[in-house]
Design a protein around this ligand. Structure first.
Ligand SMILES: C[S@@+](CC[C@H](N)C(=O)[O-])C[C@H]1O[C@@H](n2cnc3c(N)ncnc32)[C@H](O)[C@@H]1O
Length: 327
């Protein structure tokens, strides 16, 4: 466990350099591989060998490096885009985790201590970091988006409003699965600008309106279903109550609110199924100043903002679908 970050940085270096892409046509020796990715042969070989010992890449009998199934996931064109997750985890997030002790002592997110401003302000000022973060978020949302598209949430709905909907990963899957549905994607301006081309690429620009705005100020009205996926966990309880109140103000009495988040257990054990939620909670602690929550914590936030928790359903991909109705 203490050496986990050493391996994750080795994985990051391979992903950042595009080692898996360079090996797509077949094995290469260290010199050829280093030439292909613009690195030094001996140093790169030592990084790749460390990964080989953990099951990512193989070394052939004559000392060349080759892809295996795990390494192939790091190719830029691999389904699921694992590379985007590895690259983003290895840059700002890796450095922010170096400030975890500071966060635990002071309460200040490590990200803010290191970069001098909150996560989304930093993203606005650094489009490269925003693009990397959005690519990671898209990759992490793909499976959940399929689960949501298959859930019986949209059968009677005409318009779904995805509040903080990212570049449109979830809306794309949902609109593709429900041809009669239209969407509203509500986002900060920099992400809204990334969403336009993404929705157009999927042929959905005529069924989805992109609205730029700030969900702490207001949320578009007129929706039948309001989605908040992986949004509340970015924020502390006060900020969550503001976002929920803005949604409540925008919603007609028949509209439903659907929150998609990990639901933490009331009691923690060493069950391996609890690891993703616990680590995501640490990411929120260090990165954004938010948190993962238990069912009763969600119920409390909803109750305080004019909603009633209707039910929670675990999705096959891990998080829960939390449905709330206006009170
Ligand atoms: C963790 S991402 C989730 C994206 C998307 N819902 C998904 O699950 O793929 C949180 C999103 O909230 C957006 N966001 C943050 N602050 C916002 C604000 N004040 N108003 C609107 N959107 C905001 C971010 O730009 C980001 O895309």
């Amino acid at each position: 466990m203490a050496q986990g970050y050493q391996l994750s940085q080795a994985l990051y270096v391979a992903a950042e350099l595009g080692v898996a892409d360079a090996l797509a046509a077949g094995p290469l020796d260290a010199h050829a591989l280093a030439g292909a990715v613009g690195a030094r042969a001996d140093e790169l070989a030592r990084v790749v060998r460390a990964l080989v010992t953990s099951g990512v890449f193989t070394e052939t009998d004559d000392g060349a490096f080759a892809l295996n199934d795990a390494a192939a996931c790091l190719r830029r064109d691999a389904p699921g885009d694992t590379r985007a997750i590895v690259v983003d985890f290895g840059t700002e997030m890796y450095h922010a985790f170096g400030e975890l002790l500071h966060t635990v002592r002071t309460g200040q997110p490590g990200f803010e201590a290191l970069y001098g401003q909150p996560l989304f302000d930093h993203y606005t000022a650094h489009p490269d970091a925003e693009a990397r973060g959005s690519a990671r978020m898209r990759a992490r949302s793909l499976l959940v988006a399929q689960d949501l598209a298959a859930a019986p949430l949209f059968d009677e709905a005409g318009i779904v409003v995805d509040v903080g909907g990212g570049i449109g990963t979830v809306l794309t899957a949902v609109l593709q699965a429900h041809p009669a549905l239209s969407g509203v994607l509500y986002e900060r301006t920099p992400v809204a600008r990334l969403a336009g081309p993404y929705l157009a690429e999927h042929g959905l620009d005529d069924r989805c309106r992109i609205v730029e705005g700030d969900f702490f100020a207001q949320v578009p009205d007129g929706g039948d279903v309001y989605l908040l996926k992986s949004v509340l966990h970015d924020w502390d309880d006060d900020r969550c109550r503001t976002v929920l109140a803005r949604c409540r103000a925008a919603m007609s009495p028949h509209a439903r609110l659907v929150i998609v988040e990990i639901v933490l257990p009331d009691h923690t054990t060493d069950d391996p199924d609890l690891v993703p939620g616990a680590l995501l909670d640490l990411i929120m602690l260090v990165y954004a100043g938010g948190r993962e929550r238990t069912r009763s914590e969600f119920a409390g936030l909803l109750d305080a903002t004019g909603f009633r928790l209707h039910g929670t359903t675990p999705l096959p991909s891990g998080p829960h679908l939390i449905e709330a109705h206006a009170r």
